[in-house]
Design a protein around this ligand. Sequence first.
Ligand code: BTN
Length: 264
Amino acid sequence: MDFNEKNLAVRLSGKRIGNNIRFFMEVESTNDILCGLARDGAPHGTVVIAECQTKGKGRLSRQWQSPAGCNIYASIVLKPAIESVYAPQITLMTGVVVAELLSEYCTGAVTLKWPNDVQIGGKKVCGILAEMRASAGGGVDFIVVGIGINVNMRGKNFDESIRDMATSLAEEVGHDISRLDLAVKLFAKFDDLYARLLNSGFSSIKDSWLSYCDMVGKQVRVIFKNDKDSGEVLGVDDFGALVISDKEGKIKRVIAGDASVVKE
Ligand code: BTN
């Protein structure tokens, strides 16, 4: 079994993302561990990876199924000098990172679903959960970006509640994939796109995100707690909101929720 701290440390040595790596056999949540380390001063680019999570966290207080021996559960801490309102750009950027990475294995089949599900053939293969500590002046103290990729998990092992909607890379390509290689490529690509975001701005990242998003131009329904919105998707804005046009043509920004296509 080559997916361990020693091999990851060797392959990530000297890299901006992952040079400082902590690998655990079992944690409640890699995001929680890394938020704690970040509060104690862990440097930018520190990564926490776990073989399994007992309380893997998903969006909107959901659980992220995190069994041992098959997937990647990773969190990365970032310390960007940006206003906290722009933090969602980093979450969208992470979606592009994973979409580009998985497209190397499944050309043309990877899509992004707002706010940030990565899908293959319309089934979810990766979830992203970013947690931020903002500073008093409106800047960002740190952002912990959590990435869960279903790599070698087999269909029958998904919880029944998500079995029809979830997939893994191995299910899609028909053979197991090295988690070590995939994780190393993930952090390298993350570093490239993060540098692009900081140096050249959000515009080209947004274009890439939209090129993977198969909701643009379609009618969607977005549900968040007791709120429902619907309309045609126009795109996303610089604050990560989904921009829709309702049936009266009124432009609306949706900042959170679950979006689903209602009409092709
Ligand atoms: C989603 O609901 O789509 C987001 C899922 C995010 C899961 C990852 S696994 C690594 C990191 N640690 C967590 O507890 N959650 C994220």
